[in-house]
Design a protein around this ligand. Structure first.
Ligand code: BG6
Length: 508
């Protein structure tokens, strides 16, 4: 298949995007000695500082169980940051001065008194007048106790400051009831406009681009419906396994870990109607409308699998049940696929096939929109059979970009038709690495922009949609759980969803 690259004409055109510095704030990170803080948050803040997007007065107060002094915390931060990012001279040392640390027991009221004191000391030192943002980078079982203490200790409503905000990492609940309870709990302390529920997928450049692609170009919207689209496939494939997260993953599985949040959020951006404006709540209204139009999922149209020992990138890797921390008889799914329908005027009858899995042959996340065949084939008399349909692929990662395949005449005296592709990748065009999604998440919660965060309704409806499947799988145990060797490069388990429809999964 020949490949044509269309290079956008960016030369001489003023960029339509401007990053603006976040106003001052104190970022209070609970779980500061944990993995997420080290891998994502500290590096994310440092990248923002490098780009001049942190206010001079902004500081970070790490709170955790591990005992560190400020300097020890700075040393940990330095090590994590230098592992991942280039460091212009002097920038890192300056950044580290923004870091402070308090240790304690999450259940002990004294911890929160210590945090209060540390905040008032650091506010004075940095002349910081902005709000406190409480970032819960914690295991979910600690959310209630920490929220209760933030609420009762007076931390959340300090005198003469803008309203505090709460940032919550996923998983947001374990099922519908626990998500409702958690929402109630948070909302008993703060209003919806103060809650930032993170789905980092929404902050990926390519995911944000979905709305721009759909609504900043006039040519796609007229064909973005059941009249022209045959079906949609959304794939989130990973080559990594459960890594060091068995404690969480072995109670979650692919449906809770990816479908309930990342997958359904991506689906909502592909499927939603144009919002009235680009404001957070107008976009979120449309997502909720879309979720409400999803036909209750037939449990038979959702399949699951678990990886066994296999070879990934030339290395033998253990099966899921042999991973450290996983129960040896675990029936948690590391792979799930589903077929669903959106019952509204735009999408009636168009199947959406969704699949995700760990330990597949490679990492790829993409949305593929397959258009319908032309209504009448003119070329049969030339011996040309069925043509491949036009497919628009939005690759979320790792080769971020968009491609559109179409039919064209191959040069020569005879009528020969080839499938070509117009493609652009961010790397080729913008010549820079894309920022990590966490940088955008952090910037937006400091700037008070909730567009990329999920609202009470989204979270609850998403759980509601999956509830029948979760219940069935819980009662089925091992029944229906298929096994696939690590490193598999197709989703054979999921073929059953396609076979009756005479369609094929795209290769990963
Ligand atoms: C997380 C899931 O939300 O997303 C992980 O808990 C998954 O299991 C990860 O690996 C994928 O996101 P990314 O950005 O690393 O591709």
């Amino acid at each position: 298949m020949a490949l044509t690259t269309i290079t956008p004409r960016v030369k001489g055109k003023v960029s339509l995007c401007m990053e603006s510095k976040a106003p001052p704030c104190a970022m209070v990170v609970f779980g500061a000695s944990g993995d997420l803080t080290r891998r994502k948050l500290l590096t994310g803040f440092f990248e923002l500082a490098k780009r001049g997007l942190l206010d001079e007065r902004m500081y970070i107060l790490g709170c955790g169980r591990t005992h560190y002094s400020d300097d020890e915390f700075r040393a940990v931060a330095k090590e994590s940051i230098t592992k991942k990012t280039d460091m212009p001279d002097g920038d890192l040392d300056k950044f580290l001065q923004r870091l402070h640390y308090v240790s304690g027991d999450y259940k002990d009221p004294k911890f929160y008194e210590d945090i209060k004191k540390a905040l008032s000391g650091a506010d004075a030192q940095h002349f910081q007048p902005g709000p406190y943002i409480f970032y819960l980078a914690l295991p979910p079982e600690l959310f209630p106790v920490v929220l209760e203490h933030i609420g009762c200790s007076g931390l959340k409503a300090p005198d003469q400051r803008p309203l505090s905000r709460i940032v919550v990492e996923k998983p947001f609940g374990h099922d519908y009831n626990s998500a409702v309870e958690l929402n109630k709990l948070i909302r008993s302390h703060v209003g919806e406009s103060q809650i930032y529920r993170i789905d980092h997928y929404l902050a990926k450049e390519t995911v944000q681009n979905i709305l721009i692609f759909r609504f900043a170009n006039s040519i796609f919207e007229p064909v973005w419906n059941r009249n022209y689209i045959d079906h949609v496939q959304i794939t989130i494939a990973e080559s990594i396994g459960v890594e060091h997260r068995a404690g969480y993953y072995d109670t979650a599985g692919a449906l809770r870990d990816i479908f309930q949040n990342h997958m359904l959020q991506v689906l909502s951006l592909i499927g939603m109607e144009p919002p009235a404006s680009f404001e957070a709540d107008r976009i979120r209204d449309e997502k909720v409308k879309l979720f409400r139009s999803i036909r209750p999922i037939e449990t038979a149209k959702v399949v699951r699998g678990q990886y066994i020992e296999g070879i990934v990138k030339d290395k033998t890797v253990p099966g899921y049940r042999q991973e450290p921390g996983v129960r040896p008889d675990s029936n948690i799914e590391t792979y799930a696929a589903a077929k669903l329908y959106i019952d509204n005027w735009r999408w009636k009858g168009v199947p959406f096939y969704l699949r995700t899995g760990k330990r597949l042959s490679r990492q790829v996340s993409e949305i593929a929109i397959t258009f319908k065949q032309v209504p009448h084939l003119l070329f049969e008399s030339s011996g040309i059979g069925k043509l491949d349909p036009t497919v628009l692929v939005i690759e979320i990662q790792p080769n971020e970009g968009i491609s559109l395949s179409f039919q064209a005449k191959s040069p020569g005296a005879k009528t020969c038709i080839s499938q070509l592709s117009m493609a652009f990748t961010y790397k080729d065009v913008f010549k820079a690495d894309l920022p990590d999604a966490y940088e955008r998440v952090l910037l937006d919660c400091m700037s008070g922009d909730q567009t990329l965060f999920t609202r009470t309704e989204d979270v609850e409806i998403a759980w509601q949609l999956l509830e029948p499947v979760l219940e069935k799988w819980a009662s089925d145990g091992d029944k229906g759980l298929e096994f696939y060797p690590a490193g598999s490069d197709n989703f054979a388990i999921a073929d059953v969803l396609m076979q009756t429809d005479d369609r094929l999964w795209r290769p990963i």
